[in-house]
Design a binder for this molecule. Structure first.
Ligand code: IVH
Length: 671
């Protein structure tokens, strides 16, 4: 193929792939199987490699690229990004309608849209190319987040319209992406996002677009800034036009000819918003005719031609029956309100966090108080306020204890923490929480040791510390409630089996602050034995990729404790494995040896397996799966839409497999 032919082929592939991606990500209606897309994608990639100077800027391979930014540049909005006035009830909607009709003296048609709960962004297109994406900022000046927005698959990198166009919309994180993200964060010990909006905002503020690319963000367009296309004179017309250009427009928008229709639409979505795969926080009502919009104009900060109806945050009324204190694994004492059960947003709530003493004082919470409880998209229900008018005088003010409810040690505030902590390392409540963590799945994975059994073990004083677990005898278990002959034997067996666990499981199980399952894996991989890790210095630790200062500090502090040294010695004597086991293969299969002692990186979307399955397979065949491609990587397995890791592997001449090769390996092993 000569250069001209290559150029034509590349142009055709880019166009085709972009059409397929539009069908998949915008219309939710793919016309070809993913494997077909893959094939063409790889074909394009090969051509781009051979002719890098011919690569099109809107090539689908160029969504993620470039180095992390130092910071975000400021972008001035040519047309300010305004916000909307709010309405909170039907009356306020009717008032809005009256203001509109009074201002116009003619019939009005409204467009009602869902108010997506995300982050407002502006996208600029010049000569059809997506050239700039920015946040709203203060409405006048925002931040340039072009490289992050390029990773959002429903944002077209190229549109047919050649005239300057600046469109606006809401970037958001769908529910399933949000849940998945938090699951992963929980696994690796990172703080969870409270709601999809925070997660979307956090993702778009990442300086490294490769991170944003993993966050599965999406974007609906609902408006425009600079607009040079005069022929379309209604908002609904512009929405249709933008849809034709390839943008994702939320399909639930409706034209309403009367305010009653608007109110019906609002009522429908108030009732049904739970069925959407993304979060909405209200309805936006806009005058459809653009010349009418112009007549109505603006107040200082908001248009007179539109209003946002805000859903009431889902709140319910309940009563505080009691306040319970719990002592966490790290000694933090948290008060929880025990509530009269109420049904909110599809589930019964009978507990709400009160966070800490400051919160209780600020809300003036007393036992017996009638309170408003809210579940505002956040994970844990909250007590919002006390209904003072319901007070009878019988309510009992709640005072936080000065001593640990479990061990009676005096509680302290560390540094400037609001939280109260019990600092007694032998506190039974902490030990119990620690043990629950120790036996959990990602830690030592001891089956049959649920919270109820652990409770009894502590109560009967059979266990006071982790190592006691390994001294348990079957006869000691038999008298426990709901513990038969068989379950006692199984439990003893499971405890025995857990001694063989690889180092990372023990490390995670010890519950070192800031060390989640992922960090434990990294440390085990790096140091290989507990002994070496115990001797690791702060400098050695922070030098490891992905181990931050807090983690390094926590590890050093943890192992410096005399009690910890003793505990580890005892565990060692009891036969608990203290070294990292790169899972070995049985050695008799040719295929299984492919992964032995190999470092493998998975990238892109796999069709036939989940990431976890692929990872487990590789690991159970003696390999190690890491997240970034480096010169130490032995193999990259690239699924659909693999981006920079694929490029990196090519650059370093690392072998690359596609999914079918992985499948063949798996089949080879299992047959
Ligand atoms: S129109 C001048 N339409 O809500 C009018 N906004 O409080 C600009 N939003 O900043 C806004 N969905 O982030 C409009 N369908 C929709 C929307 C929407 C979500 C957000 C947007 C805006 C805020 C207004």
């Amino acid at each position: 193929m000569n250069k001209q032919e290559a150029k034509e082929k590349m142009a055709a592939l880019v166009d085709q792939l972009n059409i397929y991606a539009h069908e998949y990500y915008v219309l939710d209606n793919p016309s070809i199987p993913d494997a077909e897309y893959d094939k063409k994608y790889q074909e394009l990639r090969k051509l781009e490699e051979a002719y890098p100077d011919l690569t099109f800027p809107h090539s689908p391979t160029k969504r993620v690229g470039g180095e992390p930014l130092e910071g975000f540049e400021k972008v001035e909005h040519e047309v300010p990004m305004l916000s909307l006035g709010n309405a909170f009830n039907e009356q306020e909607l009717r008032d809005f309608h009256r203001r509109v009709t009074n201002g116009l003296h003619e019939e009005v048609v409204y467009v009602c849209e869902l108010k997506i709960d995300g982050l407002a962004v502006a996208l600029t297109y010049e000569n059809g190319q997506f050239v700039r994406g920015s946040t709203r900022g203060d409405g006048r000046v925002g931040e340039d987040i072009t490289s992050n927005l390029r990773t959002v698959r429903s944002v077209p990198l190229y549109i047919p319209e050649q005239r300057l166009l600046e469109v606006r919309g809401e970037a958001y994180m769908p529910h399933h992406s949000f849940l998945k993200l938090n699951e992963i964060r929980e696994e690796s010990g990172e703080p969870l996002f409270a709601n999809p909006r925070n997660a979307a905002a956090g993702s778009l503020r990442q300086l490294d677009p490769r991170i944003a690319a993993t966050r599965n963000l999406d974007l609906f367009l609902f408006g425009y800034g600079q607009w040079t296309i005069d022929e379309i004179q209604t908002h609904s017309g512009r929405l249709e036009y933008l849809k034709e250009q390839g943008f994702k427009i939320n399909k639930e928008w409706r034209k309403c000819k009367t305010i009653d229709e608007v109110i019906e639409y609002v009522a429908y979505w108030t009732e049904n918003r739970g069925s959407l795969p993304y979060e909405i926080d209200g309805i936006v009502i806009k005058v459809d005719d653009l010349s009418q919009q112009e007549t109505l104009g603006y107040t200082a900060r908001t248009p007179r031609w539109a209003i946002a109806y805000k859903f009431p945050a889902t709140e319910a009324i309940s009563k505080i029956e009691d306040v319970e204190l719990s002592v966490g694994r790290t000694g933090v004492v948290t008060p929880t309100a025990i509530l009269q059960p109420v049904f909110i947003d599809g589930s019964t709530v009978s507990r709400a966090t009160l966070h800490n003493a400051d919160q209780i004082r600020a809300l003036d919470i007393r036992i017996g108080d009638t309170v408003i409880v809210k579940k505002a998209g956040d994970i844990i229900p909250k007590v919002v306020r006390v209904v003072i008018t319901e007070r009878t005088g019988e309510e009992v003010p709640y005072e936080m204890p000065t001593h640990c409810p479990a061990c009676k040690t005096e509680l302290v505030h560390l540094d400037d923490e609001v939280a109260l902590r019990c600092m007694n390392p032998d506190c039974p409540a902490q030990l119990k929480e620690g043990l629950i963590h120790f036996v959990s799945r990602d830690a030592m994975n001891i089956d049959g040791l649920g919270e109820k059994v652990i409770d009894q073990l502590f109560r009967e004083k059979l266990v006071n510390s982790i190592d006691d677990l390994y001294r348990l005898k079957k006869e000691q278990l038999l008298p426990l409630q709901r513990m038969g002959e068989k379950s006692a034997s199984n439990l003893i067996l499971a405890i025995e089996e857990s001694k063989k666990n690889s180092l990372e499981k023990l490390l995670f199980g010890l519950g070192i602050r800031h060390i989640g399952a992922k960090a434990a894996q990294i440390l085990a991989d790096e140091f290989e034995t507990m002994e070496k890790l115990q001797q690791a210095t702060y400098d050695q630790l922070v030098a490891i990729n992905e181990i931050g200062e807090k983690m390094a500090d926590a590890v050093v502090h943890y192992f410096a404790q005399e009690k910890v040294k003793e505990l580890l010695e005892r565990l060692n004597e009891l036969g608990v494995n203290m070294s990292y086991e790169r899972r070995q293969t049985d050695g008799d299969s040719e295929v299984s040896e492919i992964f032995t002692n190999k470092t493998v990186v998975l990238t892109g979307k796999l069709e036939k397996f989940t990431r976890r399955e692929a990872k487990e397979f590789i690991e159970s065949n003696g390999g190690k799966v890491t997240s970034s491609v480096s010169k130490n990587t032995d193999l990259v397995i690239a699924g659909d839409a693999s981006g920079s890791k694929y490029d990196q592997a090519k650059k370093l001449s690392i072998p690359i497999w596609d999914e079918s090769q992985l499948e063949a390996a798996i089949k080879g092993v299992s047959t």
